[in-house]
Write a protein that binds this ligand. Structure first.
Ligand code: ADP
Ligand code: MG
Length: 632
């Protein structure tokens, strides 16, 4: 006997499965059947591509047996099977990062949490929601030795060689006492299979026994003979076993599409939208894409699981190819089925294949088109944007060919409205006839951005400013947009302030009046600023900081950042408001130590208002206290 301890995380997971996740237990059938289907898919593919397995003769099928005497359910497939190593790595350790991230993602809400099971690739363990003990007997196709894995879901499992005739896997589930009444029922299992697995493209048979009462002839009845009852073995096919996407659109209803979505996505809610396309002609293929209501949990992980499966003539090829759609559309789930690709298509071929490139391009158009349709429904689009605005922004940056289409779909917060978000088109429409650019400000905190001193002159001039508070991505993506329909996008922290009432003459005069004090501030602040200027972009605040658009270092920093590299920020320009009382008095001040204190305070407060770090907070506080003491 070989006893193995589960890895710690698996142990934890099993405890959760057995004790906490009980709201939607029936999904264990969905998960196990989906594994059977995956295993058959794998073998069908290997039969086509692996010479050693070419001669295997088997008709793909899944068999579920309900045993009333034994209180057990058995789920068997004739797929690829598992050997000793596979059993240990697949269902004993955290082979994938899934298990750990699943545990991290748990919210404590049993209902929500059980919806996460399939998404994290921990589906197999869901069987312990209903099982007292589980045996997995498996033989890998092309190998001779079969193995039996057994566990009661506590700390360990046993793994021993055993005898099994054919390749494939049999999962024997001894039901918990309290689950017998619920799950040991042919009609219940049939309903569950139909609900979650109707379009698994292999037949799923239910094997059960039924009490059959003998039909008595009239004579026998008159003779008072009692009808005998016997237990008879029965077998029915529970699912349709057709690839849903290969059926004509006219035959399919929203319910069919939604159910199929659930089988491929492990999501229990309906999708937000779907689009089914059959293309005939030079290139023949079918695509079926879904947009989930809620973004997949792993959307922002580097090792995200791609949502699109590739089939060639209904034969499953891969679900692990991240390039079927561009990464910014990684939230899309669905199927691509090509008639033209070779069945033994390899990853290298896929990446260079013209047929595939063509399918990819038109798939992108389809998905973007569907999102555009969605945008006509304000409420639905709000839901969409809440989940997917960020990947769309990535698309603006990544997908040059479709940039214009994506720009129509992205939404932004704006000074126009605090509640809803705006499209660039709507911004442009609202703008006055004199305006020729789209203005924006980038940062981390919406409130801070809305209150930034830099906003003052735009407010005064009634110019709308987009509030981009997803700094990490906005900072990189927005400069790359360049222009939207001939209007360039301008960062208000580095562009010229909007025109004011002051004439050029007046501006010059002001600069002249403040020349000396500006010089003094500049000397005081040294390398902390790249320049000091008077400005007319402020009304309420005494000072602000802006970036120098012509500073090569700043341009360089932005470029490095867009490539994912950190660069030290270059020193900002300090602008002071000549109409502000503090600045006016400062101009008349002759005490050098006061000028020094106030200069630093003007810079630090301006930086703080933009959410920037100040170099020396202790010195800032000291200066502030000094000024307060004087004021009192
Ligand atoms: P996932 O299916 O997302 O990988 P599961 O927890 O459902 O996660 O299954 C874990 C792994 O166990 C599978 O990836 C597969 O390698 C293996 N496995 C489970 N069931 C079977 C089966 N019936 N036949 C072959 N392999 C299986
Ligand atoms: Mg699975």
């Amino acid at each position: 006997m070989a006893k193995h301890e589960f890895q710690t995380e698996v142990g934890q997971l099993l405890k959760l499965m057995t004790h906490s996740l009980y709201s939607n237990k029936e999904i264990f059938i969905r998960e196990l059947v989906s594994n059977c289907s995956d295993a058959i898919d794998k073998l069908e593919y290997l039969k086509l591509t692996d010479d050693k397995l070419k001669n295997i003769q088997s008709t793909p099928q899944i068999n579920i047996k309900i045993d009333d005497e034994d209180n057990s359910i058995t789920i068997a497939d004739n797929g690829v099977g598992m050997n000793e190593e596979d059993l240990i790595s697949s269902i004993g350790t955290i082979a994938k990062s899934g298990t750990k991230s699943f545990i991290e993602a748990l919210s404590g809400d049993a209902k929500k949490d059980s919806n996460l099971i399939g998404q994290f690739g921990v589906g197999f363990y869901s069987v312990f929601m209903v099982a007292d003990s589980v045996d997995v007997v498996s033989k890998k196709a092309g190998e001779d030795q079969a193995y039996k894995w057994s566990s009661d879901g506590s700390g360990s499992f046993e793994l021993n060689p055993c005898i099994k005739e054919d390749h494939g896997t049999v999962i024997y589930i001894k039901l918990k006492e309290e689950e017998i009444s619920d799950f040991l029922s042919k009609s219940r299992i049939e309903t569950i299979v139909k609900k979650y697995s109707n379009h698994i493209p292999f037949p799923i048979f239910l094997n059960y026994t039924e009490e059959v009462t003998e039909e008595l002839s009239d004579e026998d009845k008159e003779a008072g003979k009692e009808a005998k009852t016997t237990m008879e073995k029965k077998r029915v096919q529970a699912n349709e076993a057709t690839a849903l996407w290969s059926q004509p659109k006219a035959k399919l209803k929203a319910d069919d599409y939604n159910e199929f979505y659930k089988t491929i996505s492990h999501d229990s809610s309906d999708p937000l939208a779907y689009v089914h396309t059959k293309v005939e002609g030079v290139s023949e293929y079918t695509t079926l894409f879904y947009i989930p209501k809620v973004a997949p949990m792993d959307m922002y992980r580097v090792d995200f699981q791609p949502g699109v499966k590739l089939y060639v003539k209904r034969v499953f090829i891969t679900d692990d190819e991240k390039e079927l759609l561009p990464t910014y559309l990684r939230f899309v789930k669905g199927i691509i089925d090509s008639e033209d690709l070779p069945l033994n298509v390899s990853r290298e071929i896929l990446q260079e294949n013209k047929v595939m490139a063509n399918i990819k391009q038109s798939s992108i158009k389809k998905v973007l088109g569907e999102i555009k349709k969605l945008a006509k429904n304000e409420e639905k689009y709000k839901e969409f944007i809440e989940q997917y605005n960020r990947p769309l922004k990535e698309g603006v940056y990544q997908d040059y060919m479709n940039k214009d289409a994506i720009l129509e779909l992205v939404r932004y917060k704006s000074t126009n409205d605090t509640e809803s978000m705006t499209s660039l088109a709507a911004y442009k429409e609202r703008a006055s006839t004199e305006q020729e650019a789209i203005f924006y400000i980038v940062g981390e905190d919406e409130k801070m951005l809305r209150n930034s001193p830099l906003m003052e002159s735009y407010k005064k001039n009634n110019i709308e400013v987009l509030i981009l508070d997803d700094k990490e991505i906005d900072e990189v993506v927005t400069p790359a947009i360049g222009a939207y329909k001939e209007w360039s996008l301008k960062d208000i922290t580095s562009c010229e302030a909007p025109k004011t009432e002051k004439t050029e003459e007046e501006t010059k005069e002001v600069a002249e009046t403040f020349k000396d004090i500006v010089e003094k501030i500049k000397t005081t602040l040294g390398e902390a600023v790249s320049d000091v200027k008077t400005t007319d972009r402020l009304s309420d605040s005494p000072s602000c900081v802006v970036k120098d658009p012509n500073d090569p270092m700043a341009q360089m920093a932005a470029m490095m950042k867009s490539m994912g590299q950190e660069m030290p920020e270059s020193a900002p320009i300090l602008e002071i408001n000549p109409d502000h009382a503090i600045v006016k008095s400062l101009n008349g001040c002759s005490d050098d130590s006061t000028i020094e204190t106030i200069s630093w305070l003007l810079l630090d407060q301006a930086k703080m208002a933009e959410g920037m770090d100040i170099k020396d907070p202790v010195a800032f506080v000291k200066r502030l206290n000094e000024v307060m003491a004087k004021a009192l």
